[in-house]
Design a protein around this ligand. Structure first.
Ligand code: AMP
Length: 287
């Protein structure tokens, strides 16, 4: 199977046009590359659901803050292409920032049209420490949607706030796209797969493991009948390794995104923490 690597927007549009003429269902898997089995699970789901699959690989400058890891974010296009070939991806779309944003030097909303998701959903959790992040995400995803014109788009529950915000964007802006959420893929010991795990030293990886352990312990205690979010916070906090820096551990309704006092079905339990210099996120949704 031939996987095409395309970095030009017009070329993608041409391919999409001919697919649409053939009445193909198109699936889009947006990524920032450094692909791992988490990404692969999204691609597999897309292959099962769609006739044609496009994986975008783009480290999006406008979703990184000035002191974040945009420059050192892992870029492994050769390996990524191999993975995409293995999974039968039709097109890998890997544009340059210039192709996506033109000659704009200052990529801010003084020069670029942005999609700004509602304040209520961006001014909390990851958005608190990453101002502008979700505006950058929504803007690039909207652009990718307009370029690829997919019927389905696949996103991981790993980035639960992102998933929530993008579902809201699709609804609010009447986009004819179905967002397909995909479960978190983990290492056998529980660590959620992330491109940023490559930053971790062996010791840091051990510390990081306590994040998924904390979530599992919270779920275990919830299953014994404890629903009070304060008590469950303490349960989780006590499991977290002391060498990591907790940014948040929060309980939110995954329908409304309101904070929850009494944990129930469909509660998002989300953690962000810094392990050394590496910022990691993980979550569970109570089933
Ligand atoms: P990223 O390349 O980190 O922007 O992620 C691209 C997509 O892959 C997003 O929808 C993520 O939520 C998803 N993803 C990343 N890690 C995982 C994982 N461990 N399990 C499932 N999906 C993931």
């Amino acid at each position: 199977m031939n996987t095409l690597l395309i970095n030009n927007i017009e070329k993608i549009k041409q391919n999409v046009k001919s697919w649409k003429e053939e009445k193909c269902k198109i699936g889009l898997v947006p990524t920032m590359g450094a692909l791992h089995n988490g990404h692969a699970s999204l691609i597999e789901k897309a292959k099962q659901t769609c006739d044609k699959v496009v994986v975008s690989i783009f480290v999006n400058p406008i979703q990184f803050g000035p002191n974040e890891d945009f420059d050192k974010y892992p870029r492994t296009i050769e390996n990524d292409l191999e993975l995409c070939k293995k999974y039968g991806v039709d097109i890998v779309f890997s544009p340059t920032p210039k192709e996506m944003y033109g000659e704009n030097k200052i990529l801010s909303n003084t020069e670029l049209t942005y999609v700004c998701p509602p304040y209520k959903f961006v001014d909390c959790l990851c958005g608190k420490s990453r101002p502008g992040h979700f505006d950058g995400v929504a803007t690039v995803v909207m652009k990718l949607f307009n370029i690829v014109n997919p019927d389905y788009a696949f996103f991981g529950q790993k980035d639960a706030q992102q998933l929530f915000i993008l579902k809201k964007m699709v609804k609010d802006l009447n986009l004819d796209i179905e967002i397909i959420p995909c479960p978190i893929v983990r290492e056998p010991d529980g660590l959620a797969l992330s491109s940023r795990n490559t930053y971790l030293s062996t010791k840091e990886r051990e510390f990081a493991l306590s994040i998924s352990k904390a979530l599992r312990e919270i779920e275990r205690q919830y299953n014994t009948g404890i629903t009070d979010a304060n008590i469950l916070f303490d349960v989780g906090f006590s499991v977290l390794n002391q060498n990591i820096n907790l940014e948040y551990l929060e309980f939110r309704d995954f329908e409304t995104f309101d904070k929850i006092q009494n944990v129930k079905k469909n509660t998002l339990i989300a953690i962000a923490a810094k392990v050394g210099k590496t910022r990691l996120i993980d979550n569970i949704i109570i089933g």
